[in-house]
Design a protein around this ligand. Sequence first.
Ligand SMILES: [Zn+2]
Length: 113
Amino acid sequence: MRFLAVLLLTSVLFIGCAPPEEEVDLTAEEKIEQINEWLPDLKMELAMDDKYACCLKEGCNECLLAHGSCPCYNNLQEGKPVCGECYAGWQQGMGIDNDFTKEDVILDTDHQH
Ligand SMILES: [Zn+2]
């Protein structure tokens, strides 16, 4: 009986401190979940550095992932085109600024990376 208790205890301890390699081995769904957890923090961080000024409530990912920054809000104010994701967001009523309507938003059709 005593042996069994020790065995049980060690297995509980072992599970409690699984090697880190196993935690990194995420499924595709878990990775997406992880990325979605990081995105808001990442946007906030870049916004504080004046690198990220998006015109959507949630902030677009298109500019973030392509450039590590977003100029869409500044572009909007200057009457310049915004990225596809921002344009689509405005059409769905997700724009951040009430001074503009979705008709004011211009889609960047010849945007190149
Ligand atoms: Zn954008």
